[in-house]
Design a protein around this ligand. Sequence first.
Ligand SMILES: Nc1ncnc2c1ncn2[C@@H]1O[C@H](COP(=O)(O)OP(=O)(O)O)[C@@H](O)[C@H]1O
Ligand SMILES: [Mg+2]
Length: 374
Amino acid sequence: MTDDPWHYPRNDLAERTFNVLVSGPAEALTLFAPRRTGKTEFLRKDLAPYAQKKGHQVIYVSFWRAPLSPLALLLHSLESALKENSIMSRIGGAVSSFGPKLKLSAPLPGAKAEAEIDLSSLKGEPPAELILYLDDLFGRLENKKKPTLLLLDEIQELARDKENRSLVASLRTSLDTRDAGLKAIFTGSSREGLQAMFSEREAPFFHFGTSLDLEPLDESFVEHLLEVSKKSTGRSIERLKAISAFEQLHRSPYFFRGLIELLTLRADLSIEDGIAVLRRQMADKLGYAEVWLKLTAIQRATALQLALGAKKPFSKSTRVAIGKVLDTKQPSIDKVQTALRRLASLSVADRWSGEWLIEDPEFARWIVDTDKQN
Ligand SMILES: Nc1ncnc2c1ncn2[C@@H]1O[C@H](COP(=O)(O)OP(=O)(O)O)[C@@H](O)[C@H]1O
Ligand SMILES: [Mg+2]
């Protein structure tokens, strides 16, 4: 259970996920879906509390925009889990509030005295003795009767730096050798980023784990938020209008929740006006215009085609359309490829189930809208 009243609980999914992982054959699960679709919310507010209630220890580590290196994050999270026995009470505690020093709970391999390390200095190639130490920590957290759950959020960040290769490889080995007492769930939100870690033949996590689908949220999510909003402010929002707003906001839990929060604060706004205000606020907050300014003409033209729904950016017809916007003849496949790569590295575009698209559907709408105005 969570104390966030706005949270729409997904108990069934938590139970099923837990069973597959703990009683089923899966040594690990992967939960890969675009950003802001509810992965973290599910892990932290549904799955973790469910597993804890059953007496399992849960360790959550997010690699997203972390100020510390992945090794430092792992060491810190595992050490805290050992010390506190229940890390969940602090889950999500701001990473930035970490003290830079970590007192290790056991000596480093080869050393006698206990050590203190400076987490912020752990950059670059991870030292071999700390990788061994990390494996030792996994060993101490293993629990064969009630497997410990390791929730590794935004795992693709771990593969971004080549320097972390030895860490990724050793993580795989640690999980393989302790698969009875340690169960992992990986989430990821960049297909392109995950590719390097899970899909390449030489990658340590090649075909690792069973993939889990996060079912998209439906009307009951909308109804839940309407109820909470009514309870907290007395304002009732018309169900059908709310469902239509949910559709207009691409069925995104992130944007829809933003809308309901806005309507709760601003009793004067109708739903329709609320959507317009929210869109402006979100464009600001998510920096659409800044991202757009960073793009070259061909990158913008390519993004526009994706935003308009072109699924095959390399096809002749799409390239002709790109050329038309640029007032030139159709660009080569290579040129479009380069543009796409840049869009992917800026997290503007991504490839889900083989098809290229603008990763944030609201940004796609903004792009089409902005183009119409020019
Ligand atoms: N079950 C839920 N109940 C209420 N709000 C949710 C739920 N799932 C997602 N959201 C909303 O959507 C936002 C994005 O979800 P999040 O879990 O952070 O996405 P992801 O981890 O996939 O990027 C959350 O901050 C929250 O506002
Ligand atoms: Mg997340």
